[in-house]
Design a protein around this ligand. Structure first.
Ligand SMILES: Cc1cc2nc3c(=O)[nH]c(=O)nc-3n(C[C@H](O)[C@H](O)[C@H](O)COP(=O)(O)O)c2cc1C
Length: 347
């Protein structure tokens, strides 16, 4: 199967079926209501500086796609909406684009004034694999140039790699490779739905990265995505493995608390609305990240993405008002309670 087909498959599966493990960990975290907020909702300031960009709201539409013809429209729709609402965005893994496969499906982002653009490469591609040539430092530079990136995310997707039939399953040398990338470029370490633990966050900090996108468990599960690809290909072993690992990973809010170590964090994995965004900031994130919950809109139109992001912004504004938070600094001090399975995870 070609990269182009695989990328199209990912989008098609995520649009067609529920790929989440079915438990919303963010709903386990509740912000304390403030009955006397002394805040004018119309004056709430949601702006922040993140990785060199100035955002009007603490949201990044994280890496979704690129590398097949249908991806151009998706990235253009996301870019147009993020430019208008002052949100950040990432593109999907750029290996395809750098190798000349539908590069305009990525570079279309440059046509919009997006305040923060995050490029994307895979950690597995930075070390030797059976599947092909190692992604070198000049390739990373090309990936950044392709989208005019402010920073590059190096994604850690070993859950997916170990489940998918054509996976790159060697992870030896990734630490050194990330450190080498971080020496040259502003680098974010990013999971893809299984979360980052305290220990891994500490090691990643040692590479010189500028931040992390924890992408914890609870939203899009690449195990589920691979389960559906395996089922379509009649590969019963991989299908069963996808099912077994469907809810593998660290729940996103737990990962956020684990990974906090002074670096800016994008909290992603199962973020569905503006209350989740507010919660993540109260728990220590600089911004939230969203992918699966905006995919249908991104495949539809820029207007649909704008409407979704506007709803999230207004929910966030309401949550800020109701916690007595006039800005993100005050929201970061809002009191919260942790319930349910998430509380059990925290022991
Ligand atoms: C269709 C699709 C493709 C994705 N491709 C990438 C990718 O190429 N690189 C990456 O770092 N993350 C990729 N992701 C992962 C997301 O950036 C995000 O970390 C993950 O989906 C969890 O967020 P969510 O629960 O809001 O979807 C993809 C997600 C989706 C839904």
């Amino acid at each position: 199967m070609t990269i182009r087909e695989r990328k199209a498959d990912h989008v098609e599966i995520c649009l067609g079926v529920d790929t989440s493990p079915g438990y919303c960990y963010w709903n386990d975290v509740r912000l304390f209501h403030n009955a006397l907020p002394e805040v004018d909702a119309g004056e709430i300031d949601m702006s922040l500086r993140l990785f060199g960009g100035k955002l009007d709201m603490p949201l990044v539409v994280t890496a979704i796609t690129g590398g097949f013809s249908g991806a151009k429209k998706i990235n253009a729709n996301i870019a147009e909406a993020c430019a208008e609402l002052g949100a950040g965005m990432g593109v999907g893994s750029e290996r395809a684009g750098v190798r000349g496969i539908d590069p305009d499906s990525y570079s279309v982002v440059k046509e919009y004034d997006v305040p923060l653009v995050i490029g994307n490469i895979g950690a597995p591609q930075l070390v030797p694999q059976k599947s092909g040539a190692v992604f070198g430092m000049s390739d990373v530079g090309a990936a950044m140039d392709l989208v005019g990136a402010d920073a590059v995310a190096v994604h850690l997707n070993f859950l997916q790699e170990v489940i998918q039939p054509e996976g790159d399953v060697n992870s030896k040398g990734c630490f050194d490779a990330i450190r080498d990338v971080a020496r040259e470029y502003p680098t974010i370490a990013k999971e893809t739905g299984a979360g980052i633990s305290r220990e891994v966050a500490a090691r990643l900090r040692g590479t010189g990265i500028i931040g992390m996108d924890i992408s914890g468990m609870g939203g899009t599960s690449f195990s589920a995505v691979e389960l559906h690809r395996a089922a379509a290909a009649g590969d019963s072993i991989r299908e069963a493995m996808g099912s077994s690992f469907l809810d593998w990973g660290i729940p996103a809010p737990v990962s956020l608390l684990e990974a906090r170590n002074g670096l800016p964090i994008i909290a992603s994995g199962g973020i569905l609305d503006g209350i989740h965004v507010a919660t993540s900031i109260a728990m220590g994130a600089s911004a939230a990240g969203i992918a699966g919950a905006v995919l249908r809109e991104a495949a539809e139109s820029a207007a649909a993405v704008k409407e979704k992001l506007t709803l999230i912004r207004e929910e966030l504004r309401a949550a800020m008002m109701l916690t007595g938070s006039a800005d993100l600094k005050q929201l970061s001090k809002a009191r919260y309670a942790v319930l349910g399975e998430t509380r059990q995870w925290l022991g």
